[in-house]
Design a protein around this ligand. Structure first.
Ligand SMILES: Cc1ncc(COP(=O)(O)O)c(C=O)c1O
Length: 361
């Protein structure tokens, strides 16, 4: 078998609804071509904004649809940071970390444990450290750790943020990619206008469509659409109308069911392989959804050095340090390769981990 990638946090190509989207793109162009082939509103395709507004119970004017949700986060951070402090959970998604560094933000990291962000540590930071522009958090099936913030902590976090007038940016692209258990409330559902909600059709339909969105407090709509206008005038209305057609035809839920089943099988294959090969030598998270699982090796093992050897054995992953995690940690994406390759890839990594690693776990 060739290279096995646990590095790529992308869906397996067979999980993409290619034929349905081809039909939807054609239908969208035929139905609304004169609108979507022109420039249009910076906030996105109006019928899609309306659909999202209804789904989240907000005025569509508060919805800004962007070319992928990362673009929306970039617009928002660009307007909010202005050299100030930003609080993030660590480890966290590496791209916002890079974005914040480019914006000159002073990034303050708060640790996460099995229940997600450590709210006590955040409270101590807010009491001692002073005002921050915002908290960036991925409370559900986090990238990179796969962890989910408990409902109790969600409530405390929203209260704490309110008390300290801290804006929360809730990045939630994976919430619907759930394999088991029931979803708790989102921070946005608990916190309303004090929370910016970011999500995307990248994981639920297709990342190549590049359709993501923000639900914003009213005061931030103007600054974000201003940034959108300055960057691309109008987002890709053809993509947005294609996604809208997909939703309109009732394809979203059946597609989600198919995607969940395909990813669940992969998650199960990875957990089974880890149980088979690494019990006692490493610890890992057990995500109920999403794309990722977080592995912690013994303290004396360096995941960057292990990656060099893993690559020689034909397996890749992303070391935890790239996400602000400890040297002995790593992120395993189970979304891309199939169950047989997952089993093989874990066996190849396990063969490189000395049994003595277990001493420090
Ligand atoms: C936590 C998180 N936020 C945002 C994104 C970007 O998503 P989009 O494709 O909507 O830009 C990703 C993509 O992997 C992600 O993991």
């Amino acid at each position: 078998m060739g290279q096995i990638s646990f590095a790529r946090g992308i869906p397996a190509p067979e999980l993409l609804p290619v034929e349905e989207l081809a039909d939807c793109a054609k239908a969208a162009l035929e139905r609304d071509g004169r609108t979507i082939l022109n420039y249009g509103p910076a906030g996105g395709y109006e019928p899609l904004r309306a659909w999202i507004g209804e789904r989240h119970g907000v005025d569509p004017a508060r919805v800004v649809v962007t070319n992928g949700s990362l673009q929306g986060l970039a617009f928002l951070a660009g307007r909010l940071v202005q050299g100030g402090r930003v609080v993030v959970e660590l480890p966290t998604y590496d791209r916002p970390l890079k974005l914040l560094a480019e914006l000159g933000a002073e990034v303050v990291g708060i640790p996460v444990d099995d229940e997600g962000l450590d709210v006590d540590a955040l409270e101590a930071e807010l009491r001692n450290g002073g005002q921050a522009s915002f908290l960036y958090t991925i409370p559900t099936f986090q990238n990179p750790s796969g962890r989910t913030l408990s409902t109790e902590r969600r409530r405390r976090l929203v209260e704490l943020a309110r008390e300290h007038e801290l804006l929360i940016i809730e990045d939630d692209p994976y919430g619907l990619i759930r394999y088991e258990g029931t979803a708790g409330p989102t921070l946005f559902e608990l916190g309303g206008a004090d929370v910016v909600y970011s999500s995307s059709f990248s994981k639920t339909i297709a990342p190549g469509a590049r359709v993501g969105y923000l639900v914003l407090p009213e005061r931030l709509v103007g600054p974000v659409t201003g940034a959108a206008t300055a960057t691309y005038i109008t987002p890709s209305l053809v993509s947005e109308a294609t996604v809208y057609e997909f939703l309109r035809r009732g394809l979203f839920e059946p597609n989600l069911a198919r995607v969940r089943a395909g990813l669940r099988e992969r998650r199960d294959a990875m957990l089974a392989a880890l149980e088979r090969d690494l019990v006692g030598a490493a610890r890992w998270s057990r995500p109920d959804g999403g794309y990722f699982l977080w592995l912690e090796l013994g303290d004396e093992l360096d995941a960057v050095e292990l990656l060099r050897r893993a690559e020689q054995e034909g397996v890749t992953y992303v070391p935890g340090v790239d996400f602000g995690g400890p040297a002995s940690s790593l992120r395993l994406a189970f979304s891309f390769v199939d169950a047989a390759a997952i089993s093989d890839g874990i066996a190849r990594i396990a063969a490189l981990v000395p049994a003595s690693a277990s001493a420090s776990i």
